[in-house]
Ligand binder design. Structure first.
Ligand SMILES: [Zn+2]
Length: 403
């Protein structure tokens, strides 16, 4: 079958005027920042800026749906990593570094968003630390950034109890205050491993979600049966409160570390409550959810950078095409179809979990687009080349243009 010639992309923006991406692999005509039509050899309206998109692929804006932008060290001198091996070692080291460096969550989050935008990320869900030590300071900083960057990136904020809930008295009230002040999602963390009180943490979180109707996204690092039982406890509460489709579990290492029969039972619970799973393909030997199997069974999946250049790890850099590559690499994907699945997590999968309105490349969608030098999705993932141009709601927001 012969490949049809690449069509043009035409987007219209009320602020910057028209952009015509000539020879890109999807065509779009936009109005008010939306895609209004697809077509071949579209005529450039008067005053349109024509961009040479030959050899390029147009992707929907990338979605980083699990980040921690409040505590990145991005843009600051290199931090030598020396924290101990346990979760509490890392939390303690993080508190110490953030205290002594005196970094501003508003400034740091904006620095990282700049980087994400350059990589083609147009949507981000970020977990922001809330706890007795810093109160709502980080949350308020990120909310200020969210407001300042509202035309550049859709930012969804998760109220996140990094230092635990039941072991850090006062945290539940702070989380609820954050939800009342605009956090769209409520977070949680290792109800058993960190709190040693899964009933206490989950009952507390779900009560807040029930009162305010917010979505939940819970970090669950506990492996094996500890994590599996916690997952079931989350599903029980999801069902009891009618929150089907509103809950996500991040990391869910337990799904990569239980017996096959146990995994099947857990998949059933995930499907019953339509619980989404986030994995970022952790480094080292950490177990992680089996992507291909979960995707085939219809479990909703998404991904994110997790911490970028923070005190936890120096390895993540905010590039979601590279993240899709790491997902493919860690899962041993070789077929294009499987590599497409990895990209799906960094695009439509994340957008769906975030409830992103008008996401995609169809007519009527928001013109959130990334132009990359690649012929196919698989090539874009494998090579993760520099982004030639990034558009948010029809406006050019990043990229070096060639016209
Ligand atoms: Zn995280």
């Amino acid at each position: 079958m012969s490949t049809p010639p690449p069509p043009d992309v035409l987007i219209t923006d009320t602020v910057q005027g028209h952009w015509l991406l000539q020879g890109g692999r999807i065509a779009a005509r936009g109005q008010g920042g939306r895609i209004a039509a697809h077509g071949m050899q579209l005529a450039a309206p008067p005053g349109a800026t024509v961009i040479d998109g030959s050899g390029c692929l147009v992707l929907p804006g990338l979605v980083d749906a699990h980040a921690h932008i409040d505590k990145t060290l991005w843009g600051t001198p290199w931090h030598a990593h020396d924290a101990g091996p346990t979760l509490m070692d890392k939390i303690r080291r993080e508190r110490e570094i953030l205290r002594t460096r005196g970094l501003s969550p508003a400034e740091q989050s904006a620095r990282l968003l700049q980087r994400m935008l350059a990589c083609g990320t147009t949507h981000c869900r970020t977990h922001v630390d809330i706890g007795p030590e810093q109160g709502l300071a980080s949350f308020e900083g990120v909310m200020a950034t969210r407001q300042a960057w509202r035309d550049l990136i859709d930012l969804q904020v998760v109220a996140f109890p990094q230092t635990g809930v039941m072991v850090a008295p006062g945290t539940l009230a702070l989380l609820e205050a954050a939800v009342q002040q605009g956090a769209q999602v409520l977070g949680g963390i290792d109800p058993m491993g960190l709190d040693r009180d899964p009933k206490g943490q989950l009952d507390g979180l779900f009560a807040i979600a029930g009162r305010h109707g917010c979505a939940l996204d819970i970090h669950l690092h506990d492996r094996g049966e500890l994590g599996a039982v916690t997952l079931e406890m989350i599903a029980d509460r999801c069902a009891a409160l009618g929150l089907r489709g509103r809950v996500a579990i991040s990391h869910a290492f337990c799904l990569g570390s239980v017996e096959p029969a146990r995994l099947e039972a857990l998949i059933e619970r995930l499907l019953q409550e339509d619980i989404a799973i986030m994995t970022h393909a952790p480094s080292g030997t950490t177990p992680f959810p089996p992507l291909k199997l979960l995707h085939q069974r219809g479990v909703r999946l998404f991904t994110g950078s997790d911490g970028v250049r923070d005190t936890w790890s120096p390895l993540n850099n905010g590039d979601m095409l590279e993240r899709a590559y790491l997902l493919a690499y860690k899962n041993g994907f070789r077929h294009d179809e499987d590599i497409d699945t990895a990209l799906h997590l960094a695009t439509h999968g994340g957008a769906q979990v975030m409830g992103a309105e008008g996401y995609g490349l169809d007519i009527g969608c928001q013109a959130d687009l990334v132009l990359v030098e690649a012929q196919t999705n698989a090539e874009a993932v494998v090579m993760h080349p520099p982004r030639r141009a990034v558009f948010k709601r029809g406006r050019l927001v990043a990229g070096a243009m060639r016209s």
